[in-house]
Write a protein of this length. Structure first.
Length: 412
């Protein structure tokens, strides 16, 4: 029963990660994730289809919108067409053409057959400019430092240099068109944020952003005179965060595993009664910001204790088993500790995960199963074993040694 309870508690940790508005950091082996943005100039631009080496991967993408697609690692030829296209030919011409269908022509949006380079298991931002070849930017998936976030800025405006200020500090200065700037910043909630054509000082903040440790916040600017691109030009990638220094301690780690086993019950108590039917019902039933932040902070303390004490032989399993819980905490921080700031579908998955429901379409992760099995076996064989009495130094009578067996307590 103890084995089942512990294994269930650990296995639940990766079932809470929803399909959010955030971009996926990595694609499957042999491919990469490409975030395609319809960045045509001016409001006259319409919806587009995008082909990669003749294969339509993006369909009916509206002006200023963005979408993630999986693209095989290669050097594909990119062609963008107006929506409702049927194909592209070997010369990169969109069909039908105006001659083929004068009432609804699928004309080219910018030059056809533009080559780009896609590596393996990377992440890219591809901007369809409509007046030039698509711009393909690479996003850094490297782990951030402890308590650090990454900020990436792509200038796809074609015309102007830009500055960026975060909390009144200029972190990007006069970035020229077609270039990228990447900086590390201390994680912070609700930082003031301003993007503006290069100028002295910092412009009036345009909003607030939660820069969360272990994430890469990617902002792309398209046409300065037409700031229509909002959420389509923003990605938040989970890239992982450095951990506290490790000083292995079996006793501390065993106690941490016991504490972790109760997280499932605490999460259920926190969000299990939220009604994810609509934005209004989420707003009415979500926990308070204080309760959400307390859960996040307390859980982070447990994870830090585990990171600091995990023995090397179980370190990889610990990393895999807790990855989903770390992503959940990042999600709560990104949302400003308010579920109502997340898409309704994401909240529904979080609530179902907290209540132990099986989420349709989410396969069992073999790495997670292996990790939970390894940690369960470690706990049973190491943590739940009474220490032996020390041997007597000689024939002299020795005082009795009191051996205390610590039994784990499970609350979830």
């Amino acid at each position: 029963m103890k084995r089942v309870a512990l294994g269930t508690a650990l296995a639940m940790l990766l079932s809470f990660v929803p399909a959010l508005f955030v971009g996926s950091a990595q694609a499957v082996v042999g491919s990469s994730t490409v975030h395609v943005i319809n960045g045509q100039p001016g409001p006259a631009g319409g919806a587009i289809d995008v082909y990669f080496s003749g294969i339509k991967l993006v369909e009916d993408l509206g002006l200023g919108q963005g979408v993630d697609v999986t693209v095989p690692a290669d050097t594909p030829l990119v062609t963008a067409c107006s929506a409702n296209s049927t194909s592209v030919d070997g010369a990169g011409v969109c069909h039908p053409t105006a001659l083929e269908n004068p009432l609804n022509p699928a004309l080219n949006v910018g030059p056809g057959n533009s080559p780009i380079t896609i590596g393996d298991e990377g992440n890219y931002t591809l901007v369809i400019t409509g007046v030039a070849a698509p711009l393909n930017f690479t996003n850094d998936l490297g782990q951030t430092g402890l308590n650090e976030a990454r900020f990436t800025f792509h200038n796809a405006s074609l015309a102007l240099a830009f500055d960026v200020c975060i909390n009144g500090v200029k972190v990007v200065t006069a970035l020229a068109p077609g270039l990228t700037a990447t900086v590390s910043i201390t994680a912070v909630q609700g930082a003031t944020y301003a993007v503006f054509p290069a100028a002295a000082g910092c412009a009036t903040p345009q909003g607030n952003v939660n820069f969360v440790a272990g994430t890469n916040f990617v902002q792309t600017v398209v046409i300065a005179s037409n700031p229509f691109c909002t959420t389509g030009c923003v990605q938040v990638l989970f890239v992982g965060e450095g951990t506290v220094p490790n000083n292995p301690s079996t006793v501390t780690f065993c106690n941490t595993v016991l504490s972790l086993a109760g997280i499932g019950g605490e999460l259920k108590a926190l969000v299990g009664e939220v009604d994810p039917t609509s934005h209004a019902t989420i707003l009415a039933t979500q926990p308070s910001i204080e309760d959400m932040s307390t859960f996040v902070n307390n859980t982070q303390v447990i994870l830090n204790a585990g990171d600091a004490s995990v023995p090397p032989e179980i370190a990889d399993a610990w990393e895999h088993a807790t990855a989903g819980l770390r992503a959940l905490l990042q999600t709560f921080r990104l949302a400003g500790f308010q579920l109502s700031n997340l898409p309704q579908e994401a909240v529904q998955e979080i609530v179902e995960g907290a209540n132990g429901f099986v989420i349709p379409g989410v396969p069992i992760d073999d790495d997670v199963l292996g990790a939970t099995t390894a940690i369960t076996a470690f706990f049973i064989s190491v943590c739940n074993t009474s220490p032996p009495a020390p041997p007597a130094p000689g024939p002299q009578p020795q005082p009795a040694v009191q051996v205390v067996t610590v039994q784990p307590r499970f609350t979830g």
